[in-house]
Design a binder for this molecule. Sequence first.
Ligand code: DGL
Length: 269
Amino acid sequence: MASEAPVGVFDSGVGGISVLREIQARLPNESLLYVADSGFVPYGEKSPEFIRARSRAITEFLLDQGCKALVVACNTATAAAVAELRGTWPELPIVGMEPAVKPAASATRSGAVGVLATTGTLKSAKFAALLDRFAHDVRVVTQPCPGLVECVESGALQSEETRALLQGYVAPLLEAGCDTLILGCTHYPFLKPLLRQLVPESVSLIDTGEAVARQLHRLLAARDLLAAGPAAPARFHTSGDPEALRRVLPVLWPHAARLEALPVELGAA
Ligand code: DGL
């Protein structure tokens, strides 16, 4: 039955697993198929054309695997590629994601909101449009965070190096009076415990994983595609080093998992 088909989820690497966790919590009957494009991480410093080509190839793979819906669990790939994916596969339910500017603008009391995201997301036309739409009455301070994605990819969620990098990125936002920080990259929610040690308790940390899971729920329900379950263990494919994924996965995904190879034509060069 179509409703028992898996939901396909992808990211430039393991960051989208933070979104996968929200999907699993909200939709436990769904079988999940995840592609980590870790052979090409980080997307944040790559061209939109490159990201579109990878997004197309990965979506084709997920459709070949019989996926009934797609979640682009990556802010950078959403900004560069979701419009094209929707144009190419108009029948496919597709959920993308963007930094949580709207909820942050209504949550801030200081009137200043900080956005931690990749260079690619912050430079995108989609992000500019988001600010135009929702950030009229607040001051938005943006902070690109090169290097953080690599820390999460290697599982260094609490290391001294990660702490120093994060501290350097957060300090200017706190100095600018931000009381609300948007985690605008799906890798960053894994750094929340560390981030909580670096910012005052009064500062809110906002990400979009839960909203994405809710939107997926809505799209599947509207098309009568919700699975009755039971779900198969989540399947993970990587274009990077499978051993690296095997090592880091238990830290990021506390559920059953199967690791499988990606077809060579999708693998890292
Ligand atoms: N996790 C991705 C995002 O949400 C991109 C990280 C990267 O590869 O630069 O933006």
